[in-house]
Design a protein around this ligand. Sequence first.
Ligand code: 13P
Length: 138
Amino acid sequence: MNIALIAHDRKKDDLIQFVIAYLPIFKEHALYATGTTGKLVAEATGLDVHRFKSGPLGGDQQIGAMVAENRLDLIIFFRDPLTAQPHEPDVSALLRLSDVYKVPLATNMGTAEVLLRGLSEDHLDWRLNKNPEGGGQA
Ligand SMILES: O=C(CO)COP(=O)(O)O
């Protein structure tokens, strides 16, 4: 599966800890991320992460473009609900597109845990019908 990882600044440590906790699962999939998130996750875990631009510079939109092409199967986006983001319209656009294309998206760790467990038990295999490319690693 193709998985996107995104975290706002105050949530980046949480996301890194989450990826470390589920490393055996993440290792099996192709990872995409906004710029700074991807750099930090790659450094902390050694995982290969395809990095787009930083979120405020268009990274959310680049991930949204993948969604629009049905090339993303799961999105983990740890948003900071307490800090205004200059690129809030981009964030909203990504959430909207994920709903349009019915891509599972977690915005907090509780939901992310359920999605990762579902992924490890093949409950997201229906995505392979939508995105044949997602069956392999990057
Ligand atoms: O701003 C972001 C998501 O909206 C995340 O971007 P970075 O990973 O580049 O910090």
